[in-house]
Design a protein. Structure first.
Length: 313
């Protein structure tokens, strides 16, 4: 057996059992992929896949266990390669961050500015997506770290650590009646059309929960994944916005006013995640420490080794 066979098995599953697509993804031929898988099955003495004619349909029960071992073996191979790269070139390489728009737009610029000063030879890439896509990129080795508020803490194959806390802000035009309220309440917001995040982004579940607990139905007229979109429509008078606190800056957003809303919607935690068992190069640890002063290399390594299961800010 060899690594090519392992890669073919893994890619066949990733491509929903389509060997033609698996071959394209691995830059080889479909007959070659099929032949290699059959040879592996013959060597192991079991069928990895169920078949209908010449087409594979699904994993057999032993195939599921084999895939699990294949994933671990290939991950260790990737780790070996990264160890070599790390020691051959301590200050250069490719570094991919998977994150949401809000994090990329508001939380990361300061961190990336400092990081690129320290590691000018590192080729940095930011891949934006929703929390599920971020988790998927980590699991499929398409990103080194993931940063999001939702979605990456429940995936068992990821190590998720708290990065920083934040609260929501209600934003309005400069002359809005809500600005006269001494203590903003949910009942005050119910009287206005609201513009806020898509349900999968930036603490939206806590917004929904807060209204539900008070048996209120907010009039949400527009949902977006981008705080800049929310602010744009608040500026033109479409409604009142609810955004992440880091997305509102009085100096930058001079046509808007912000009202702290932590007492209404609670505190959110943005998490940083890495794949369980992944090898992180030294400059990745530096980035993590720049992103969150509460994290350090020792703590991250302990978490990845399973020494500690729960971390809180």
């Amino acid at each position: 057996m060899n690594l090519h066979q392992f890669r073919f098995v893994r890619e066949a599953v990733r491509q929903n059992y389509n060997l033609t697509e698996a071959a394209k993804a691995l830059y080889t031929s479909q007959p070659g992929v099929s032949k290699a898988i059959i040879e592996l099955e013959e060597e192991l003495g079991v069928d990895i896949f169920t078949r209908h004619g010449k087409r594979i349909r699904s994993l057999t029960e032993p195939g599921r266990r084999i895939l699990n071992s294949v994933e671990k073996i290939l991950q260790e191979v990737e780790s070996l390669k990264r160890v070599g790269m790390d020691y051959a070139a301590q200050d250069q390489g490719n570094f991919t961050i998977a994150t949401t728009h809000t994090q990329a737009r508001y939380a990361l610029p300061r961190v990336i500015s400092e990081f690129t000063k320290r590691y000018p030879k590192v080729r940095l890439s930011i891949q934006q997506g929703n929390p599920a896509q971020i988790a998927d990129m980590l699991l499929h080795d398409q990103a080194d770290i993931g940063i999001a508020t939702e979605g990456i803490t429940n995936e068992k194959s990821l190590v998720s650590l708290p990065g920083y806390q934040w609260q929501h802000v209600v934003i309005t035009p400069p002359d809005h009646p809500l600005l006269e309220k001494k203590h903003l309440a949910l009942e005050d917001l119910k009287g206005y059309p609201l513009i806020t995040y898509d349900p999968n982004f930036a603490g939206r579940p806590k917004i929904d929960k807060a209204f539900a607990l008070r048996h209120l139905e907010p009039d949400i007229i527009l949902e977006a994944i981008d705080a800049d979109v929310i602010k744009t429509y608040v500026e033109i008078g479409l409604g009142v916005g609810i955004v992440a606190g880091l997305a509102y800056d009085p100096e930058r957003d001079r046509n808007l006013r912000g009202i702290p809303a932590g007492h209404l919607f609670g505190t959110n935690v943005t998490h940083l995640a890495v794949k369980q068992g992944a090898y992180l190069r030294s400059f990745v640890y530096t980035f993590i420490e720049l992103f969150s002063p509460t994290l350090n290399r020792k703590l991250v390594e302990q978490a990845m080794s399973g020494e500690h299961e729960v971390y809180e800010l």
